[in-house]
Design a protein around this ligand. Structure first.
Ligand SMILES: [Zn+2]
Length: 421
């Protein structure tokens, strides 16, 4: 696109981690490294800088989706052979990048041991640091999210109940299930970025501290946990709640359960080790009522993470109607999918930018809604992801461009993917 080494995006407002907008400013990108850089020194020569006027638009880091099971026709939990899987993964990463999701955690729902042993080593390779470097026009796989199989059978959602298990042998049960590969650290980092477990499944409360020690972020979900078990989960090291409201008991004022954890004090006061967790939420207007989303956001705005929880039919270009899928027929209509001829939800097809807009339609400023799909998930994951996602010098030049109404453009690794000026 350009021969200049540096790009100056000018006439922009930055969306800051607080959700506030900066004064009009510029941002510099080094196209050699794909990173945000300081203004180049005058010795670089002016002709090495390409200036692009973004006409007062807003710039945020690229969005990251910490829970996505598939998209663009691909189901990440489906394995036939290595080549098909890797090709599908690439297709999905390209599709996500186009809609502004420049980083994601491929999420595998409860599988058989054999399937884990085929899929996870591949995901490890696809998420390793070399693929974190800029593969043009593809979303970065930031490590993976294991959702299940240590979840409660009565809150299994769309997970096959035949795959659900307990952990009577503690950590050993997890090593047997996922395979040794998931427990190996690469470059000081764990490839398992997140695991969703139910604290009311045998052996799980006890293994949480060991998982946290390995750098895994533990999220509680798909559970019937009592208030006490929920609190114990957080006390043992869990720092997130998976798709708040879905696959957990509704909140009762005398038994607030997992949802009630949002009522914990903002900071751990009086020496308590129990910290208020982050929570992910599916803001598609179908899985959770917009008022419930808004209530959760207002209870803990700094903890709110928008996720798609999408499956293979997430594809904005896919027409409404009935689509065959394996031995079923699934109907897409009004931004949702159901088993054809029924009202049974068949998963989510929520594009993450739409989740941002839906949250902002609940009266939350768009720039603050953007934070819930960018800075907040990065903070929840910590480590390299937190360090590299942002608008400071040294961060990945993965960017979303917004006006007051929605997404106007995407950059990935210092290269423009698209822009609608
Ligand atoms: Zn789930």
């Amino acid at each position: 696109m350009t021969s200049e080494r540096y790009i100056q995006l000018t006439n922009i407002h930055l969306i800051l981690p607080s959700g506030a907008l900066s004064a009009l400013t510029s941002l510099y990108i080094d196209t050699n490294t794909g990173l945000i850089c300081s203004p180049p020194s005058s010795s670089s020569g002016v002709d090495e800088i390409l200036t692009i006027d973004l006409k007062g638009h807003w710039v945020s880091p690229g969005m990251i989706d910490i829970q996505i099971n598939g998209a663009f026709g691909i189901d990440l939990s489906d394995f036939t052979d290595e080549k098909t899987y890797v090709d599908g993964f690439k297709k999905m990463s390209e599709g996500l990048c186009k809609i502004g999701v420049t980083g994601f955690l491929p999420t595998i729902i409860s599988q058989t041991k054999e399937n884990y042993h085929s899929i996870l080593p591949l995901l490890g390779t696809l998420s390793s640091s070399t693929s974190l470097d800029s593969k043009e026009r593809q979303s970065r796989s930031l490590g993976y999210h294991l959702e299940g199989p240590f979840i409660h059978p009565r809150k299994s959602g769309c997970h096959p109940t035949s795959n659900l298990i307990t952990a009577p042998k503690g950590l050993h049960s997890l090593v047997e299930t996922y395979g040794e590969d998931s427990f190996v650290r690469r470059n000081e980092d764990s490839l398992v970025k997140m695991i969703t477990v139910a604290p009311d499944v045998e052996g799980i409360l006890e293994v949480i501290p060991g998982l946290v020690e390995r750098g895994w972020k533990v999220s509680l979900g798909h559970t019937n946990a009592s208030t006490e078990q929920a609190l114990q989960g957080v006390a043992n090291g869990a720092t997130l709640l998976t798709h708040l409201f879905n696959a957990m008991p509704p909140m009762h004022h005398r038994e607030p359960g997992l949802i009630g954890l949002l009522g914990l004090p903002p900071t751990s006061s009086n020496g308590s080790i129990v910290k208020r967790p982050y929570f992910s939420i599916i803001a598609d207007g179908i899985h959770v009522h917009p008022q419930a989303v808004c209530m959760a956001y207002n209870a803990h705005p700094d903890g709110c993470i928008l996720v798609s929880d999408a499956m293979h039919m997430l594809d904005p270009s896919l027409a409404d109607g009935v689509h065959p899928w394996r031995d079923q027929h699934i109907e897409k209509r009004n931004g949702g999918i159901t088993l054809a001829g029924t009202d049974t939800l068949a998963g989510s097809i929520l594009p993450l930018p739409q989740a941002v807009l839906n949250l902002s339609n609940s009266g939350i400023p768009l720039s603050k809604a953007v934070v819930c799909a960018t800075y907040t998930p990065a903070k929840a994951l910590g480590g390299e992801v937190e360090n590299m996602i942002g608008l400071s010098v040294g961060c990945w030049a993965d960017l979303c461009i917004w006006d007051g109404k929605g997404l106007k453009g995407v950059w990935k690794g210092g290269k423009e993917v698209w822009y609608e000026g």
